[in-house]
Structure formats: C-alpha cells, structure tokens
Design a protein around this ligand. Structure first.
Ligand code: NCD
Ligand code: ZN
Length: 338
C-alpha cells in the first residue's frame, strides 16, 4: 500500500479557542502536528503576560502527553512599551495585528493602519526581533479587501526593513506576487484556500462551513496559491487558519467566519500534493519553510499516512461543544496510521 511520512508538521496559523472548545480541538492538532502558532483572538484578546502564560498552561493541559509545542502570540496594540516587549519576547513567537473589526474577536484591533500610528510598537518589535503577523484586509468591497491591503504591506515592509512580516492566510495572486518583492515579507496559506473559490462557498447552495475571512477568491487566485504551495515557495508556510465555531453559529443567519480543518489537514494535503506529483515538496511546505522563517527546531514527530479511504466524521463533540469539519461525511483517499 502506498504510504507517505510527514516529518514534524507545523501549523503556523491556528485557532485553539478556550475552555471546552480548546479541550475538543487542541488534541486534533497536537496528535499529529509537532507544533503550531496559536492565534491570540480570545475574548478578551491576549494582551498581557499573565493572560499569555495562563493560556499556555491551559493549552498544555488540553494537549496532554502529546509531543507538541504551542507557540503563542500576543494581540497587537500600538502602545506596547519596549520594556514590556523585552520582558515578554521569550514567551511569544510573534505579535498578531488585526485591523479593528475585520474578523472574529478583533474589535480592539488597530483603528488606523497608517505606519505612523503603528510606529511605536513596530520600532520596538524590529529592535527586539519579534516577527509581525498581519491579517491583511481593508474594510472595502469583500472581494477586494486583500488586494487593497497590498500598499499597506509595502509601506510597513519599507519602513521597517529589519522587521519580519508574515502576511497571514493569503488568498490572492496579488499577495503571491508581492512576496518576492521584499526580503522581509513572508506568508502563510491555508488548506481551504488551495482547494476552493467563492463558487464553492456561494456559487450553488450556500455552504456556511466554507465561509471564512478572508473569503475564498477567484480561480486565478487559487491557481497562483496552489502553484506556490506545490513548489514549496521558500517564503510560504502552511497555516491552516483552522477556526472552529460551534455548529449552531455556522448554520445560522449571521454565520460566524472560519473553516475547521485541523483533523483533515494532513490527509488532504497529502492527497493534493500526490495528485499534482509534488509529494517531494510537502515536507518543505508543511515544516522546513517555517523552521527557516521562524528559526524553529521542532520536536521530531513522524506521521505516517497510507493510501486508504478515510470518511471524515460528521461532527466532533465534547461536553456541550461541537464543531463540523470541512468535508464532513466525505471520503478522503489518505488516512493516518495510528
Ligand atoms: C478566524 C476566527 O474565527 O477566529 N476566522 C476566520 O474566518 N479565519 C479569524 C481570522 O483568522 O480571520
Ligand atoms: Zn485566523
């Protein structure tokens, strides 16, 4: 039977939430991944050392005995002092910047993306070598939000040439093209944006489980993202942006944004890279590129997959929490070996 081994997989953009949802979803990543970059958009968002360290403890409890490193991030504020950042820098992998109100739990994000407004914190981050992750969308027309953000990425990249910047969950050809223009720009791409376009979300019957921010774009965007991922473009990393919301918040009028992909990510990526005869590049895309960009040395964790059908569960549940995964009830052609 055909098999493939993934070595020390890293998910460089992951939402683990808190309480029962954390207990439900964290093991679905920590059982197979060696590490992940954890998003800070809790309620309230993580802005203090105390909140950060206690969240780290709760993640540790939820991931039990698994060989797994949770790399935490802080929620960007434009008035963090140099002393505060110097004190917290060894406990975080990066700081995540959200424009105010752009996505789930980002109301206290930055009101203006003007470089001068961001300068105090960015200057300290640059000096201290703390990477900056950005949710790059304006509040313009939904299909144009990421493209409209490109000049903002450029202005930050130019103003802070020593700051490592990661364009999170890119969805457009524009973002792929910008990657090569500045040495200090990098990016993550999700699984779902390699697979779907707006057609899959809203072209037929509306599929709330594929609704996320940024919204999936056009076929040419998907092609550009896929091409870069399949060749393991060295500035591009896998970041699932797996973003669990309970079923009643997805199957609702006023559907929450986020696609839950943690339990299927490795199987589907293997399937996708195999279909395009690019399996040789998968370990770079899912681990080595992130190791280089973030200077990580993950714990060695070999995960074997075999070419055998796997039917994705309809729902994952724990106590009163539940979440519907992408491809619920569908058959994948690769499975994890226990
Ligand atoms: C994320 C969430 O639910 O926290 N949602 C999403 O659609 N991706 C937030 C985010 O990364 O934008
Ligand atoms: Zn996210």
């Amino acid at each position: 039977m055909q098999s493939f081994v993934i070595n020390s997989a890293l998910d460089m953009h992951l939402h683990l939430r808190d309480e029962d949802m954390l207990k439900l979803v964290a093991p679905l990543t920590s059982n197979t991944f060696s590490g992940a970059l954890i998003m800070p958009n809790l309620v309230p968002p993580i802005t203090t050392k105390e909140a950060l360290l206690s969240y780290k403890e709760r993640i540790k409890e939820a991931t039990k005995e698994d060989l797994f490193d949770a790399h935490l991030t802080l929620f960007f504020q434009n008035n963090y002092s140099y002393e505060f950042l110097n004190d917290i820098k060894n406990d975080i992998i990066a700081i995540k910047l959200y424009p105010a109100g752009i996505t789930t739990n980002s109301d206290t994000g930055v009101a203006s993306m003007d470089v001068e407004n961001l300068r105090p914190t960015l200057e300290s981050m640059s000096k201290l070598g703390i990477p900056l992750c950005i949710h790059g969308e304006t509040n313009g027309f939904v299909m144009d939000r990421e493209a409209e953000f490109m000049p903002i990425y450029e202005s930050i990249a130019k103003a802070f040439p020593d700051l490592k910047i990661i364009m999170e969950h890119i969805t457009t050809k524009d973002a792929i093209e910008l990657l090569d223009k500045y040495d200090n720009l990098h990016a993550t791409v999700t699984l779902h944006h390699l697979l779907i376009t707006l057609d899959d979300v809203a072209g037929g019957m509306l599929n709330p489980h594929l609704f996320c921010k940024p919204i999936a774009k056009r076929p040419r965007d998907k092609r550009a993202l896929l091409k870069a991922a399949l060749k393991a473009h060295p500035k591009l990393m896998f970041g699932s942006d797996s973003a669990p919301h309970p079923k009643h918040k997805k199957e609702a009028c006023g559907c929450a944004a986020g696609v839950f992909t943690s339990p299927i990510a490795l199987q589907v990526l293997t399937q996708l890279f195999e279909e395009h005869n690019c399996l040789d590049n998968l370990n770079s895309f899912i681990s080595l590129n992130a190791q280089k960009i973030y200077n990580l040395s993950p714990k060695t964790k070999m995960i074997k997959l075999i070419k055998k059908d796997f039917v994705v569960p309809e729902i994952y549940e724990y106590n009163n929490e539940n979440v519907v995964p992408m491809y619920a009830g569908e058959k994948l052609s690769w499975s994890l070996v226990d």
